[in-house]
Design a binder for this molecule. Structure first.
Ligand code: ATP
Ligand code: ZN
Length: 303
């Protein structure tokens, strides 16, 4: 390769996110909570990073894996479902160039097989010789092969859930979150092929220029934000002898800070808890001797 054919070293990171759709707002909010800000362009396709050299490219979610594979973008926020489908489709066309870096905790859904309400479901073998409509032909095809089921995959780009009513298919394989859309189309979910959520996707091999350090910085901040997602600071007072029982109720807490109050047996405790702090948990703690319980939000943390 001549020197001019070598890819130019890049010192800005380009992150692809969905332009408009279910993942666009949460993806932006997550990146903003990592301290990123952008100058909006008029066409809103490219946003120039201001606080850090991290730019955004706003695209259709289906294009994100390909943009990363082709090196047009460095990272992307996309549903695991889209990434997995794309990986399977490309697997005969070249090496896997990207992978899931982090699960991001939003955009949760399942890729389910759903059948008409009237079917008496007695297992996957029932799908033999049936037509199954889906926008995920590679994932469905791989699953059918794995199960040894010969069925016809009907690839559709949208409106999969009405295919059985239109006589295009007998069953479907589609994304489900609440199940309301399935129910409205007289379908019921019977099997889950994939549990999905939004993920950060990135290249399978490290960057060889300044982007490596930028990506590491972004990941550190992202991990800090994700770790604190459900985290709360818990403050309370308790008698010294009740503390061991109270700590048993806080398995998700970091070792607490304890201060003696009034030189007596009363302690003031402060603990960072990583699980959800529900009313039920607070009542259990009160029952075990905690007093003056207070739950405070945690905005940022740097270990
Ligand atoms: P685009 O115009 O970018 O192609 P789209 O219509 O393909 O948009 P959306 O419907 O916004 O995409 O869904 C984006 C992602 O949201 C899905 O790939 C999936 O990961 C996630 N998602 C979460 N819940 C659902 C759901 N109930 N139905 C569809 N997708 C869901
Ligand atoms: Zn899409």
């Amino acid at each position: 390769m001549s020197p001019s054919a070598l890819p130019a070293a890049r010192d800005r990171l380009r992150v692809a996110i969905q332009k408009s759709g279910r993942l666009s707002e949460p993806a932006r909010a997550l990146l903003a909570s990592c301290g990123l800000s952008w100058r909006e362009s008029r066409d809103r396709l490219f946003c120039y990073g201001e606080s850090l050299p991290v730019d955004l490219l706003l695209v259709r979610d289906d294009d994100i894996p390909g943009l990363i594979a082709d090196g047009v973008c460095d990272l992307g926020i996309v549903g695991r479902n889209v990434l997995a489908e794309h990986l399977l489709q490309r697997s005969n066309g070249g090496a896997d160039k990207y992978r899931e870096w982090r699960a991001l905790g939003f955009g949760g859904c399942r890729l389910d097989i759903a059948v008409p309400d009237g079917w008496q479901w007695d297992g996957p073998a029932q799908l033999r010789d049936k037509r199954i409509a889906t926008s995920y032909p590679a994932l469905l095809g791989a699953w059918l092969r794995e199960q040894g089921i010969a069925a016809e995959v009907v690839a559709l780009s949208g409106s999969v859930e009405i295919a059985p009513r239109l006589g295009q298919a007998d069953a479907i394989c589609d994304l489900v979150s609440s199940g309301v859309t399935l129910a409205a189309n007289q379908l019921k979910p019977v099997l889950t092929l994939l549990q999905s959520e939004a993920v950060l996707a990135g290249p399978a091999t490290p960057f060889v220029d300044a982007r490596e350090e930028l990506a590491a910085l972004l990941l550190r901040r992202l991990d800090g934000v994700l770790r604190l997602k459900d985290s709360k600071l818990l403050l309370f007072q308790a008698q010294r002898q009740t503390v061991p029982a109270l700590l048993k109720l806080l398995p998700d807490a970091e070792p607490p800070t304890m201060l003696q109050v009034d030189g007596g047996d009363t302690l003031a405790l402060q603990a960072l808890c990583h699980g959800a702090m529900t009313w039920q948990r607070l009542e259990d703690l009160k029952h075990a001797g905690a007093r003056g319980l207070m739950v405070l939000p945690v905005e940022r943390m740097l270990a």
